[in-house]
Design a protein around this ligand. Sequence first.
Ligand code: SF4
Length: 368
Amino acid sequence: MSELDDRSIGGLARGLSRWFAAEARDLAWRRTRDPYAIWVSEIMLQQTRVETVERYWPRFLARFPDVASLAAADEDAVLEQWSGLGYYRRARLLHQGAKHVHGALGGELPRSVSGLRAIPGIGRYTAGAIASIAFDEQAALVDGNVARVHSRLAALVDPKAQDAKHEGHWRFVERVLERGSPRVLAQALMELGATVCTPRSPNCGGCPVSRGCRARAEGVQAAIPAVRIKKPAAELHYFAVGVRSGDRLLMERRGDTGLLAGVWCLPLVARDPRRTVEAQRDEVAAGIGGLLGVKVSLGEGELGVVKHVFSHRVWHVVVWEGRLARRVKIAGRRDGLRLGWSVGGVMPEGGVPTLTRKLLAALPATTP
Ligand code: SF4
């Protein structure tokens, strides 16, 4: 299938510009030209719904209004603001990026894609988004929405050509951005994919560029992109133990890598799903007791099983309650783990992911 010709690209750019001016959603981050604020929005929007980001973005900017304030913050404070958004690695990289911009670049985000890509956590897409949206530079950006729109406009039926990493999409966007305001056209392409040319049931009747769409002309829009057979998510099994001491509840900060890196959870112990829960009771009690150097007794029976779905993993977590034989003092690291107390329902400073809130809700008389 050949590339779209210059005439089609020109018509597309005109149609998109007009449509975006009239129909674009009024999203808070579209009312600013502050590159830092746009950077934050682009990181949040990765893997996260617009409706969720609408709640988090203003709060995050109220707490960290500029690069300097984010760079000066503790990682715990950053993760706390990110709590519930998921993919905590994004927050940590954003924080590292802000430190880099503050320390090495005088607090100013560069305008060029190459300059932006030298910042930790900023990849090809995010660099293109910041350069085009904040600085109106001709910097291409391709996400899943843009790749789908282009695949349909050009009737790309080969699944390999539909992938967002395919260079053909980047060339297409470059050609579109040359024909008007990159700020407007880049956002319009993404908006079209998000609201009109959606993955299922594209609204071709309400599409501003339907006249130039090859997929529509050929009646193949529903077949693009090709359906992918997803690998089933890996299922993992854990015990979580709510260890109480008076009104205190033991929390464990997860390690620096992997899912939930650096955020607070109940202490977790891997579970062997081939063995019964009861058969593993003593090992779990000993494992948690070993963390603290004091005997832990588990309550009668489990409190429930919490299922949590990550993008490529499903966790099944059996929740148990435990009690300490005596009070213990916890400060800082023990055995490579970082432990702390939630006191009267108030969590230690840092991120608290959704899974943790679900586990706390499974414990009796606990305020998440
Ligand atoms: Fe997508 Fe339909 Fe518009 Fe083509 S006409 S770009 S398939 S919404």
